[in-house]
Ligand binder design. Structure first.
Ligand code: SF4
Length: 492
């Protein structure tokens, strides 16, 4: 039995297809907090009162029998040439079957089209007459007030969307126009074996926007490269070509084959300079221009909800649940907050109380995190607007000196993450020693707190979450000290 995902894997890379078949499924990480299933909210949106519910393992006969008896089918299973598909919602309109796909997104993009087209190819092969094709997705304009309005929560669209979130592909027309015959593909998939394949070859698909999960398996020789390997060169299209040509180290980079970014310059100079590059003059100027005492090192943790759980939240809004704050003014002190359920106001008021009224507020990647989160709170609590503006105006982003190529250490191995940087500064201080070592685990931990767990478990989870977030702000403090040391400036 195969699924559409197998067909996609096969078309993307034959090795990927075979490796996926022979390996365990990766652990599912739920990035979006969903308190109800898509099927359930879709059923409410469509106003379905009576329906056939398909089950895993159902033969075609089960769905065909249901098609005679029911107007609506939910999650019906169909199979053709061992290709098995699940149809989220089917509705008989008197003449044909209308299909409703459902996506956990605000604006499902055009790249969903082939999945839908191939899914419906199975139905066509089985002789099912199709009507209109729709997609259900979350409604970006819905804001919760009081009880959840299931009708407003989802939108029924005839279109997929382009990158600007404008309706661009009419589903019913496009599915018909793009239908492809999968017969030959499936036949070849059945007979494919590893021995018949050429050796793996690194291509864009291996490490494009997302790295393939089998990358380390396919290219093990890259895993143990030294810290100064040319393979760590950031944003370089030709690094593998140089590597294959015997230019193994950063210092060997062919200047005609690099893009010449500041980060690349810093990396190459670090290799030529015994491991560390510091643009001392610019770093010093930057620190002098941006830092004002007292220094407040700030970090937030949050969860993102598909279904807005509280008033004034929209689908996919985030809920801020924790902060850590280290304040340095000749001595270091720590403040923190963690809340359960809807703690937005409490968190904001606690933060306003804990933050010194002046001085720099130091964060890491502010524009992707802390600043956005504060702007969201500003909309909900306009009475605190001026204080929030003030905090944002004092924000200093410690990722900037790294992104501008002012500092690079070979041990960073091409990564500018806070975790990697702090391990360079102090190799005994590692996130790996924490019970919650990364942000997604923190979100998982916080979600568990809203479930029924023992007092002891709750205490331990809260302690782990506090330790994780505190590590982030302590790391920012260590980076401050490192910058000062690199510039031979005195720590106040
Ligand atoms: S790393 Fe590349 S060659 Fe290997 S399975 Fe993935 S896509 Fe295929």
């Amino acid at each position: 039995m195969i699924h559409i995902s197998d067909v996609n894997n096969y078309l993307q890379c034959k090795h990927l297809y075979l490796k996926t078949l022979s390996s365990d499924k990766p652990k599912f990480q739920q990035f979006i907090h969903m308190d109800e299933t898509l099927s359930l909210i879709g059923t409410r949106k469509l106003g379905i009162k009576e329906a056939f519910f398909g089950q895993r393992g159902d033969p075609n006969e089960a769905a065909f029998a249901a098609m005679k008896e029911f107007e609506w089918l939910i999650k019906a299973r169909f199979e053709y040439m061992e290709l098995r598909v699940k149809i989220p919602f089917m509705h008989h309109n008197g003449k044909a079957w209308d299909i409703y796909f459902i996506r956990n997104e605000l604006f499902p993009k055009e790249d969903n089209l082939m999945y839908m087209t191939d899914t419906l190819w199975v139905l066509r092969q089985l002789g099912i007459t199709l009507g209109a094709i729709y997609i259900l997705h979350f409604n970006s304009t819905y804001q919760r007030q009081g009880d959840l309005d299931y009708d407003q929560l989802l939108t029924i669209s005839e279109y997929l969307y382009n990158q600007n979130n404008h309706p661009s592909v009419h589903l019913t027309d496009a599915v018909t126009a793009r239908t492809r015959d999968l017969t030959k593909i499936i036949e070849h998939m059945r007979t494919l074996n590893r021995e018949s394949l050429p050796p793996v070859k690194r291509e864009k698909k291996c490490s494009g926007r997302f790295q393939c999960r089998f990358y380390t398996e396919c290219f093990p020789e890259e895993q143990n490269v030294p810290d100064n390997s040319i393979l760590h060169l950031l944003g370089c299209e030709y690094k593998h070509q140089m590597f294959n040509d015997g230019k193994l180290y950063l210092r060997d980079s062919d200047l005609d084959l690099i893009e010449g970014t500041r980060q690349q310059y810093a990396q190459i100079m670090a290799d030529r300079n015994n491991g560390l590059f510091v643009d001392k003059m610019n770093l010093k100027l930057w620190l002098n221009d941006h830092l004002t005492f007292p220094l407040s090192f700030l970090d937030f943790e949050w969860d993102r909800y598909g279904i807005p759980p509280y008033d004034q939240m929209k689908p996919f809004d985030v809920l801020l649940f924790q902060y850590s704050l280290h304040v340095y003014d000749h001595e270091l002190r720590h403040r923190e907050f963690i809340g359960l359920e809807d703690c937005r106001r409490e968190l904001l008021e606690s933060l306003l109380n804990d933050l010194p009224p002046s001085g720099s507020v130091i964060v890491f990647n502010a524009s992707g995190g802390e600043e956005i989160r504060l702007r969201e709170l500003q909309v909900i609590y306009p009475e605190y607007s001026a204080q929030i503006d003030d905090i944002i105006s004092r924000m200093v982003d410690f990722s900037i000196p790294f992104n501008l190529g002012m500092v690079y250490h070979l041990k960073m191995r091409g990564s500018y993450s806070l975790k990697r940087i702090v391990e360079v500064i102090d190799d005994k201080l590692s996130y790996h020693n924490l019970d919650i070592p990364q942000a997604l685990d923190a979100v998982d931990g916080w979600r568990k707190l809203s479930k029924s767990i023992s007092d002891e478990e709750e205490k331990k989870l809260i302690a782990d979450l506090l330790a994780y977030c505190a590590m982030d702000t302590y790391s920012l403090y260590l980076i401050y000290r490192w910058f000062m040391e690199l510039c031979q400036m005195e720590v106040n």
